[in-house]
Design a protein around this ligand. Structure first.
Ligand code: WTA
Length: 662
């Protein structure tokens, strides 16, 4: 099945999205000091490449580039061709050389309450030690290192150490299972894995190293595992393979001369779910990625390096952490907060307590967390002094106007801008967002492509829709931080992202969008088989594959059903095998086992919220599962149009069997 055929669902336009038209203009005080003004749009339109060259010139290049963009190999771009730079040097050393060594880079706060302040000078020493350690392990530029670490400074240090020596990192979120980790290690043929003994999760240490050991059993490419001691639990160290970070990295010299790499040298791979079962390794390179990371961080978050305290509460295991904890903020010499734990440990006011204590001025989170805060209650933000905040951001999923307004009132005190930022792992950096200080913001709208970026909302055949209409979001011009392809499968990016609107040469994002009457853009969610659970992308097919790999399951269909807190929740429909009774004759036992099985196959983040045992699944005449109808069931709606259904009794059988089960 081609991705174009996958593209099956109607676009949802919620009442809420349509209703709100009130706008919030920035204060004059914000406007006059803002990093960006309206003229940036015209400047970028007049001379796109000149505009991007100017942004790139904010970085320090060892060798200047001679060509801004080479699009001759479309859809694989080359940006800042001929230029050479060192990404880690740009994020760390140059700030120390400019006299800012004593500025705090990271105010790190551990879940149990311990903390570390790491200055740019300290970061330079730590990154140099780690780089020397990786070199001693025999790594050379172009090799791959997999990093699975909790939110501790060593995660940032490891990423920068790789970048410093031209080694490609692949960070794997801590919530992925050993099987998922192993798949990523093998796909990238990683030589080194960096992990920790364990991680704090809701107040207690949870294992990490033992999961890595399980993942690496007989892994062919891994020569060494570096282990950070975080929780102090005993772990097994494999002789000759495993090394303690504090001993091996700690014993290295803090001197390391950073060499430069080509602008197109690979920087990292990050795996993300698509419309097929196998996650794709999204490749990003150096010069273009860092340029757009730093530029967007500067204009969208209006960062003032001398005075702001910035906090992006993502995990470094996702693209948001890569671009807006590591590369963008550090390239801009930002002082930031890095927090290890969950937002309700040890209490539900934890984030607000941190904002008050560290006088956080810029705060960037996902709508799912805003909705969680709403559930926990207004009294929590009210109990803390949040007046240090001057800008709020949102990312990862459409923000419903209700959540936007709550965020605006209860965290922003009704006085500061909110930037809703739309982007993807593949885009590398923010693409659509209002510029604070310029835009009058609209609750729920990401509004407008950034200066230098061009997007459109188009219909089925690629024609731009009129204002007031919905369609598919496409990107019609190359951009510096665009993915350079899928690791190990160079031709696949064309098919996945570019074939849908091949004639027009548009990148198809997989999202539905709408222009309002002013031409502002509202994101409407995915239009393919990708779910968005708490801002995390999970493919329906990946979860289906995990389910059918269980002995008791004959067939499975998975849908993302709307959920008040997590945006979408995973709901699975399974048909059991005739002989599943050999496994158990109790459906509850089977369902519990299947939940556990999915966690083990992919990770706890993919565990379905509900698994429903059904006798049949609704299919089109061509045999494709009609997820739309299943979503109706999962969301307790009346079943929609069944005209294309091969056998209309299927839905009746399903609803009846669910009714009699409940
Ligand atoms: C969704 C996360 C609406 C979208 C940075 C996209 C959003 C997917 C927004 C990418 C937003 C992200 N409004 N939807 N502001 N931001 N999305 O790769 O569906 O983890 O395609 O990147 O998240 O998820 P990813």
């Amino acid at each position: 099945m081609t991705p174009a055929q996958n593209f099956n669902e109607e676009i949802f336009v919620t009442e809420e999205v349509l209703q709100s038209s009130h706008t919030y203009a920035p204060s004059d005080a914000f406007r006059v000091t803002a990093n960006a003004d309206e003229s940036l749009y015209a400047e970028a339109t007049d001379d796109r490449e000149g505009f991007w060259a100017k942004q790139a010139a904010e970085l320090t290049w060892a060798t200047p580039f001679d060509t801004v963009l080479d699009w001759s190999g479309a859809p694989t771009a080359r940006w800042f061709v001929g230029g050479r730079l060192n990404v880690a040097y740009n994020c760390v050393d140059r700030h120390v050389e400019a006299g800012f060594g004593s500025q705090v880079a990271l105010h790190w706060i551990g879940e149990p309450g311990d903390s570390r302040d790491i200055t740019y000078a300290m970061l330079k020493d730590e990154v140099s030690r780690a780089a020397n350690a990786l070199l001693e392990l025999g790594l050379v530029a172009g090799d791959r290192v997999v990093i699975q670490l909790p939110m501790i400074p060593e995660a940032v240090i490891s990423m920068l150490a790789c970048a410093r020596i031209g080694v490609v990192h692949s960070v794997v979120f801590g919530g992925f299972s050993p099987a998922a980790l192993r798949a990523r290690v093998d796909d990238a043929a990683a030589k080194v894995v960096i992990t920790s003994d364990g991680q704090y999760r809701r107040g207690a240490p949870a294992p990490m190293k033992s999961n890595v050991d399980e993942a690496l059993a007989e892994a062919e490419t891994v020569e060494h595992v570096l282990v950070v001691r975080r929780v102090g639990e005993p772990v097994e160290m494999t002789e000759g393979r495993d090394l303690w970070w504090h001993e091996f990295v700690g014993g290295q010299s803090s001197e390391h001369e950073a060499e430069s790499f080509d602008s197109e040298h690979p920087l990292f791979i990050l795996y993300t779910s698509g419309t097929t079962g196998k996650p794709k390794g999204i490749l990003h390179t150096s010069g273009g990625y860092l340029t757009q990371a730093a530029y967007t961080h500067r204009v969208v978050f209006d960062v003032k390096p001398d005075t702001d305290v910035y906090w992006c509460a993502a995990d470094v295991g996702w693209i948001t952490g890569h671009t807006y904890i590591v590369y963008g903020p550090l390239a801009n010499r930002t002082t930031q907060v890095m927090y290890e734990g969950t937002p309700n440990t040890p209490h539900e006011g934890r984030h607000f307590e941190i904002i008050e204590r560290l006088k956080v001025s810029i705060y960037y989170i996902a709508p799912t967390l805003i909705r969680t805060f709403m559930k926990w209650g207004d009294h929590l933000p009210k109990a803390y002094d949040l007046t240090s905040l001057r800008l709020l951001g949102s990312v990862g999923e459409p923000i419903n106007p209700e959540a936007w307004l709550w965020y605006h009132e209860n965290i922003g005190g009704g006085r500061i801008p909110i930037v809703d930022t739309w982007w993807q792992t593949e885009t590398g950096a923010i693409m659509i967002a209002p510029l604070p200080g310029v835009a009058a913001t609209k609750p729920g709208a990401a509004q407008r492509a950034l200066p230098g970026i061009s997007v459109k909302v188009v219909d089925e055949v690629g024609a731009e829709v009129a204002y007031g209409e919905s369609g598919y979001l496409v990107i019609d011009q190359p951009w510096p931080s665009m993915t350079r392809g899928i690791w190990g499968d160079p031709d696949r990016a064309q098919e996945v992202y570019w074939d849908r609107f091949k004639e027009q040469g548009y990148y198809f994002a997989g999202d539905g969008a709408r222009y309002d009457e002013d031409g502002d853009i509202w994101l409407l969610g995915r239009v393919d088989d990708v779910m968005n659970v708490s801002g995390h992308r999970i493919s329906t097919i990946e979860v289906e594959s995990a389910l059918v790999s269980h002995l008791a399951v004959a067939e499975a269909a998975v849908v993302g059903a709307s959920d008040e807190t997590t945006g979408q929740a995973i709901v699975a429909f399974v048909i059991l095998r005739g002989d599943s009774e050999a496994f158990s004759d109790d459906n509850d036992v089977i369902v519990a086992a299947l939940m556990k099985h999915v966690s083990a196959e992919i990770g706890p983040i993919a565990r379905p919220k509900r698994i429903l045992v059904v006798p049949e699944l609704p299919k089109t005449r061509s045999g494709k599962i009609m997820r739309r109808l299943l979503r109706d069931v999962a969301e307790n709606r009346t079943i929609g149009d069944t005209a294309t259904l091969a056998d209309t009794t299927a839905m009746r059988v399903i609803t009846e069997s669910l009714r009699s089960n409940s």
